[in-house]
Ligand binder design. Structure first.
Ligand code: ADP
Ligand code: MG
Length: 249
């Protein structure tokens, strides 16, 4: 049965670090199969919002429901937290691969430890996802032998090995040399075309325009403008978005 409830619902979320209020009652929703790009100036709270979605940060106020799991409560039991972490994958700017493990071992670690799956089953799956990101020939390589673009593709494959229903990307191409950005975006675009629910914090305006169904412009801890990529990127309503976009080009 198709589930029509949004993948992520957030209403009036507030988050402070000490006296610094980073999320100021931010609201929105992400639908299943939707790709949402989040844009906005450095420091406006993009990473913090994304980190709330998989409980790397806890919210101070408001309502947050991710894949049916209510994260508004201050305490979650271990079972719910494990379920959330398995269902929501996250890819960071820094790839965070384990340097002492081969590519294949990096991919197999979490399914074995967290999902308790067995050897042949997870290796088959790991190879399947390596194939998907075009790196099956690197199965035995170690992270230091890979380019930045290849490392990020491995990090994406590693997330996919948990069979997530939602993928969060926090500036996945910002640490890469310009010539390596494209190969990562291609993998993300393919994932989007397969119907993955994706929330992507990015400065790649072309990716936002071509791949995202909707774009959120964040400003000072709120979603200041949202709409189709076309509307947000080509018909900004506010001066702040207009200024932001002009700096991007
Ligand atoms: P963005 O990703 O949009 O650049 P962030 O969400 O990383 O913004 O940060 C928003 C604000 O919150 C910044 O001023 C940042 O310094 C602050 N901040 C983020 N994480 C923490 C933390 N763990 N402790 C204190 N301040 C933080
Ligand atoms: Mg950030």
């Amino acid at each position: 049965m198709e589930d029509s409830t949004p993948a992520i619902i957030f209403e009036g979320i507030e988050k402070s670090f000490g006296s610094l209020k980073v999320l100021q009652g931010i609201s929105g929703e992400i639908h299943r199969g939707e790709v949402v790009a989040i844009i906005g100036s450095s420091g406006c709270g993009k990473s913090t919002l994304l980190r709330c979605f998989n409980r790397l940060e806890t919210i101070n106020d408001g309502r947050l429901v991710v894949n049916g799991i209510d994260l508004s409560r201050p305490k979650l039991n271990q079972k719910q937290l494990r379920r959330l972490r398995a269902q929501v994958g996250m890819v960071f700017q820094q790839f965070n691969l384990f340097p002492h493990l081969s590519v294949l071992e990096n991919l197999m670690l979490a399914p074995r430890l967290v999902l308790g799956k067995s050897g042949s089953q997870i290796e088959e799956q790991a190879r399947f996802y390596l194939e998907k990101v075009g790196l099956v020939e690197k199965a035995k390589a170690y992270p230091e032998q890979l380019s930045g673009g290849q490392k990020q593709r491995v990090a994406i494959a590693r997330s996919l090995c948990m069979n997530p229903q939602i993928m969060l990307f926090d500036e996945p191409t910002s640490a890469l040399d310009p010539e390596l950005v494209g190969e990562v975006l291609v993998v993300m675009q393919q994932l989007a075309e397969e119907g993955m629910t994706m929330v992507v914090v990015t400065h790649e305006m072309q990716f936002a325009r071509d791949v995202a169904h909707r774009v959120f412009f964040m400003d000072r801890g709120c979603v200041a403008e949202q709409g189709s990529a076309r509307a947000v990127l080509t018909q900004p309503k506010s001066d702040r978005l207009r200024t932001f976009l002009s700096r991007m080009n």
